[in-house]
Design a protein around this ligand. Structure first.
Ligand SMILES: NC(=O)c1ccc[n+]([C@@H]2O[C@H](COP(=O)([O-])OP(=O)(O)OC[C@H]3O[C@@H](n4cnc5c(N)ncnc54)[C@H](OP(=O)(O)O)[C@@H]3O)[C@@H](O)[C@H]2O)c1
Length: 299
């Protein structure tokens, strides 16, 4: 099949591209950087260089595709950019995708959404995933859409390294012993590749998770991987928001991030809990040993 993969050679899109090429599909990878072309072509895929902020570019790129994998991102540094409203900008990318899918006549779409994509209430900045889900849902019924809702990615844990290094602690506005789901991006790629080849009909939603652990268990897992005690300390929403702003985050983004985290204690997982997936194979302890510990020792 002719498949267009957005997200360049990112955490999900690289392994996804490799799996699909291995299965013999004709793959076009979208990257915003000309410098990425050689790496994409070396894998055996076609490169389409342009931005998902450009609906006309997306339309040309999607023409003739049997399936499009659509993910929305603003790239590195977006959270720190004080001139960027991420919810507004990502919602616009969703409109670009809608227009390009309709104008190019694409009939099968796999959309990378997120945990929290089921609601616009109490999920903070994840509102943009809800917005894009709604925009794509307004495509004609002849367009089949598989919505992927992965939970929090393992690589988010790397942001805890500075305070673990400095104080042996993780500070977040949630905590405790209630288990919550986490996912390895390479496990997401495997699920999406499987969905590419499964029958496509109508609209469906699939949650993707690799492991379920509580914040206190997570501190213990990370601690044992790096060989020191790590404590999880729950702080207030106001303290969290101030810490993020102090670290240079756009204040609106900091508010949305804090609200998203607070949602973990209220409704963020309500729909996931009703549709819990079979857990994928990469476990948090493996990630902690193989990736987190190496990043920590380099810090
Ligand atoms: N972190 C989480 O816990 C979590 C949870 C659920 C869902 N998600 C969603 O997962 C997605 C991130 O997936 P990922 O980790 O696979 O992505 P990623 O590794 O961050 O890669 C995305 C790639 O897209 C390319 N890109 C950036 N801006 C672009 C633009 N304007 N136009 C075209 N390409 C652009 C960049 O590559 P080039 O430099 O080559 O262009 C970038 O490396 C986001 O939608 C996020 O909301 C995240």
């Amino acid at each position: 099949m002719k498949i267009v993969i957005t997200g360049s050679l990112g955490h999900i899109s690289r392994p996804l591209t490799e799996i699909l090429l291995h299965k013999g599909h004709d793959i076009t990878v979208v990257s915003s950087k000309e410098a990425r072309r050689a790496e994409i072509e070396a894998l055996g895929a076609h490169a389409a260089i342009g931005t998902m902020r450009d609906a006309a570019f997306l339309t040309e790129t999607f023409r003739g595709a049997d399936i499009v994998y659509a993910m929305e991102t603003l790239g590195e540094g977006a959270f720190m950019d004080h001139n960027l409203d991420i919810v507004t900008e990502i919602t616009q990318i969703g409109r670009n995708y809608r227009q390009a899918i309709a104008d190019a006549g694409v009939k099968k779409v796999i959309h990378l959404s997120s945990i929290g994509g089921h609601t616009d209430q109490g999920n903070g900045m994840l509102n943009f995933h809800y917005n894009v889900e709604q925009i794509l849902a307004s495509l004609p019924a002849s367009v089949s859409i598989k919505t992927m809702r992965p939970v929090g990615f393992y690589y988010n844990l790397l942001q805890f390294i500075p305070t673990i290094r400095a104080q042996g602690a993780i500070y977040q506005n949630y905590g405790g012993d209630k288990k919550e789901p986490w996912v390895a991006p390479e496990d997401i790629a495997v699920v999406i590749a499987e969905e590419m080849e499964a029958p496509f009909e109508g609209r469906s939603v699939r949650y993707i998770a690799s492991d379920e652990v509580s914040p206190n268990e997570l501190a213990q897992i990370l601690g044992s991987a790096i060989g020191r005690e790590v404590r999880w300390i729950e702080i207030s929403d106001a303290q969290m928001e101030q810490a993020l702003i102090g670290a240079g985050m756009n204040p609106t983004t900091a508010h949305g991030y804090t609200e998203m985290n607070a949602g973990r204690k209220t409704g963020l997982y309500e729909d996931y809990d009703k549709h819990r997936p079979v857990l994928s194979p990469t476990k948090l302890a493996d990630y902690a040993k193989n990736v987190f510990a190496a990043a920590y020792s380099k810090s």
